[in-house]
Write a protein that binds this ligand. Structure first.
Ligand code: BGC
Length: 348
């Protein structure tokens, strides 16, 4: 079968090539790929900045945002042939650490977790893939190709859980949310928060194009300047850019008692303020800055429910480009008006 593979940490090594059929040890459920979406992590892996091949191998099958159709559910599975499924990304570490031991692999403490298409286990950008039944999430068939947006939604659901958990430390009824960044994660965060009636603001660089319109279509407000100029102090900021200056400004602008949740993975840059100044702002307003990554089964369950409640037409506008697997180079290249690029392996 064909797969999109890479030699991790070596830029320019992505190939669409023949590889053996998926190993039965990867799971008893056999799935034919329908789609795999591209995210910033995939681009980083392609650029040689991130990623790990399975032990003893030099190449990794890419892809962690999946949608496929079960072709063989295997003996012990509750799945049926024809079911649409997406695959959970992370697997618990083998020790296991206390969090992995209780199914909170998203909170793994020793870093020995593995992730499909990212860290030591093959991903979903292959014509067929296998999965353990307990890590296959059934997707409502009426979602069609939009089911490929489930994984990024799980990341959001986890982030909101973190914000609400932190908020329990005092009387707190958050009403206003600022999302920084209008990529798929930012836009899905805005959409999910609107489901719960929050007043939502999204800040991003684009002044024109589909992003401002997508935000307005949610009944949310779009800003394109600095976080410091939004004109109010949000109760919650979900930071989805990973840009140092935006992070520092977010900690400055958050309201008293508010929570800044960091979901973007960036590097480098020059912060506009010294660390102690940023910290002082947080101290004097009792702020919490919480990092959030990945998602466990509970988040996948909730994300399925949230995604199903979002407007399908609006969701379909998030997918701005479909590419064939052989055009992986174009798929992994960021173009100005891209929101979510989907590599389509088959029809829904
Ligand atoms: C994925 C997460 C993963 C993280 C770090 C993100 O792109 O959505 O599942 O934990 O990268 O590898």
């Amino acid at each position: 079968m064909k797969a999109i593979t890479v030699e991790p940490k070596k830029p320019g090594t992505v190939r669409f090539e023949d590889i053996p059929e998926p190993d039965v040890r990867e799971g008893s459920v056999l799935v034919e790929a329908i789609a795999a979406a591209v995210c910033g992590t995939d681009v980083e892996i392609a650029e040689g900045k991130y990623g790990w091949a399975p032990p003893g191998k030099t190449r990794l099958v890419m892809g962690h945002e999946s949608l496929g159709r079960v072709i063989d559910p295997g003996a012990s599975s509750s799945l049926q042939k024809g079911d649409l499924v997406a695959g959970i990304v992370r697997r618990p570490d083998p020790v296991p650490c206390p969090n992995c031991a209780v199914g909170e692999w998203d909170m793994c403490r020793n870093g020995q977790y593995t992730e499909r298409g990212i860290k030591e286990i093959h991903g979903f950008m292959s014509e067929r893939w296998r999965i353990e039944p307990e890590y296959a999430i059934k997707v409502d068939p009426s979602m069609g190709i939009l089911g490929v947006l489930l994984e990024p939604t799980t990341v959001i659901v986890k982030a909101f859980e973190q914000v609400l958990a932190v908020g329990q430390r005092a009387f707190w009824e958050p009403k206003t949310l600022l999302v920084t960044g209008a990529g798929p994660i930012g836009l899905l965060a805005a959409a999910v928060a609107r489901l719960f009636g929050m007043e939502v603001h999204v800040l991003a660089r684009n002044k024109t194009g589909p992003k401002p319109e997508l935000v307005r279509a949610l009944g949310a407000t779009y800003h394109s300047g600095s976080v410091l100029d939004i004109g109010f102090e949000p109760d919650v900021i979900v930071e989805c850019t990973g840009v140092g200056a935006v992070i520092a400004d977010s900690i400055q602008q958050i309201g008293a008692g508010g929570v800044v949740c960091l979901t973007g993975v960036g590097s480098g840059g020059i912060a506009p303020r010294a660390t102690a100044d940023i910290a002082a702002a947080a101290v004097l307003k009792n702020n919490v800055v919480v990092g959030s990554v990945n998602a466990n089964r509970r988040h996948w369950y909730k994300a399925n429910e949230r995604l199903g409640r979002l407007d399908r037409k609006w969701l379909s506008r998030l997918i701005t480009r479909y590419e064939k697997p052989e055009n992986f180079k174009e798929a992994l290249e960021k173009k100005p008006d891209d929101i979510k690029v989907v590599i389509q392996f088959g029809e829904v």
